[in-house]
Design a protein around this ligand. Sequence first.
Ligand code: FAD
Length: 384
Amino acid sequence: MSLSFSLSEEQEALRQLAHEFAENEIRPVAAYHDRTGEFAWDVLRKAHELGLMNTHIPEDCGGLALSNVDGLLIAEELAWGCSGIGTAIEANGLAQAPVILGASDKLKKKYLAPMTEELKLCAYAVTEPEAGSDVQGMKTTAVRKGDRFILNGNKMWITNAGVADWYFVVALTDPEKKARGGMTAFIVEREWPGVTVGKKEDNLGQRASDTRAITFEDVEVPAENVVGVEGDGWKLAMAAFDHTRPAVANAAVGVARAAMEYAMQYATERKTFGKPIAGHQSIAFMIAEMAMNIEAGRLLCWQAADLKDRGKRNTMQSSFAKAFCADMAMKVCTDAVQIFGGYGYSREYPVEKLMRDAKIFQIYEGTSQIQRLIISRELFVRGR
Ligand SMILES: Cc1cc2nc3c(=O)[nH]c(=O)nc-3n(C[C@H](O)[C@H](O)[C@H](O)COP(=O)(O)OP(=O)(O)OC[C@H]3O[C@@H](n4cnc5c(N)ncnc54)[C@H](O)[C@@H]3O)c2cc1C
């Protein structure tokens, strides 16, 4: 039996839809939102109308229940358009994933179903000022008082924090136990008393994406807003990555693909020593390397997502995809700037933005070092 790398007709159509959306709605405004940092509400509204957001929400909540493979096809195209706007669109998926995995039907109906009806945003709020890679180092606490939890602490670097209606929050309910049943996940609404959102961070890249700190001060969270059961927080927060990392990695592929296309076009137009620079082998080979690595990266993403869709464990393959594609996108974009020479360094040309945008893929959803840590643990501790 052969191994199929081909997409179904529906998947090709979905990819085409996302591509056209990226080309017609995202690309024309990408430079504006990069420059101003203004949130691209109009683009998100259109993405929502077209069904390019919230694609994994289950059917019984009114969603499309698309597969992980379907989702990453969209992620690549949106990021090809602009990964800052793409991240703003896709961030709902990260906050929704643990809710889809572990929340009660009641909670899903309350918070997920309305998102299929109108444009609403949510955010995954796990990182803290002193706890990023080391999630267990978090200090936010939730103390039970009757039928409520009192939430106190600070979250940091939360994508869509300023525009979201609700947050998926993980806090310590038993500080001694930490990941071994001492962390609990909650849905917390932005408008609740005691929730304060910080200023928008002035980031290097993906500037269209809204990143902020959130402070919780004696926030009363009803016990029914616990996602899963008390003590499930770590498990749910980590399990979400098996669904989202392949798509984030494929978004890095989208950025790299955009950089390669610009570099190829420029290399055929720009002449030095009497011929287009594409005629110099060192430039042509740089582009050949780009093509090879983009293809390899995409296949890693498809493999990781496909494993999950078939109900198999994909933690290591998700980390392969995330680490490879993030590092690859950074290299491809840096090389694209090199191919543009001095013009590559200018904001007048598109590749410097791509290089700035690419960097975050090595940091968010687990740094490139943490992906290697996960891979080595999977190899040495779990065994392949
Ligand atoms: C733009 C942006 C958006 C983000 N969005 C979100 C979001 O929506 N929700 C959310 O919860 N978080 C979000 N984050 C947080 C992000 O996931 C963290 O920044 C990331 O996990 C790294 O944590 P840190 O910044 O605390 O760095 P640290 O953990 O302090 O790491 C610093 C450096 O040390 C390395 N390092 C740390 N530990 C090890 C180790 N054991 N072995 C080897 N190297 C190590 C890291 O790789 C890194 O290079 C976002 C961050 C940014 C910048």
